[in-house]
Design a protein around this ligand. Sequence first.
Ligand code: FDP
Length: 335
Amino acid sequence: MLRTTLVQHIREQEKLNPNATGMFTNLMYEILVAAKFVSLEVNKAGIGESIFGLTGEINVHGEEVQKLDRYANETFIKTVGNSGSVCAITSEESEKPVIIDPESAGNYVFMMDPLDGSSNIDVNVSIGTIFSIYRKISPGKEVKDEDLLQKGSAQVAAGYIVYGSSTMMVYSSGDGVHGFTLDPTLGEFFLSHPYIRIPNRGSTYSINEGNQEDWDENQQNLVNYLKKKDSLTQRPYKLRYIGSLVSDFHRTLLKGGIFMYPGDKKNPNGKLRLAYEANPLAFIVGIAGGKASDGNSRILDIAPSDIHQQTPLYIGSAGEVELAEKLLATTNAGN
Ligand code: FDP
């Protein structure tokens, strides 16, 4: 049986746009190449000592940098940066944006978390890359703040790669969310999950409950509500928390339910990054029929003021995200 490759699929999608120049297809192709390099290194981590462990550096968010973090960051910057399709790259692992020489720059802005969940590398838990693509909106060749600080609703495409029991790429450029699985023998991604839809309700919640004492009362009530037994509303929900956002999100996208990383006393804006984590996953979940909120309003409507800013995140099935927003706005919920 002939299977559809990711590159064929992207070309087909591009045909839907009469103004397409091929630049987007080219960019996606280079993302795929970088993903294959990273996938190979992730699978080899632990064999030999070259790529395993810490670099000894601390990143812009105060976190220890793993060697694989650095490898993934450099690989994506080099591969995507040389594609001729982008004018700027921002990364969770790089303090400043990488601005591409105007002579070889394209019309897109690429944003990424090159290796999400990297504190799980040493224990063989699935990790991932998350990316997001915007158009350059300012006129002329110079990259301006307005190009780098667009609302999530302006994304042209977004996706993620899970380096797990198999390597999968899930992406959307607006017409459905599609999943592709890497066939390691051929080195090719094949369509395995066309038109993914998230169930309207799920049976799991996902949160780092060790932070409970730092949550405000409404957040505590929300989680207590989800845990309370009530057969009429099919409670309690099951708790599932991997601690690797791409993996927790991927499960939520396929099975339904809600993933939460709220603000708390230590981090009022939560831990996750708007540009590199919340926005791309919000774009994908929205197209799959789900929702993403900061607890009050849509993630995709937040106007960023900093490329590294954080946001609380509630993401998943429409039913559970709406429930979370309702309970977060209600005092004394929890029954
Ligand atoms: P990590 O620190 O391992 O890179 O944003 C990073 C992230 O992982 C997410 O992948 C994950 O969902 C979250 O942090 C886990 O944070 P906690 O350890 O605070 O639960």
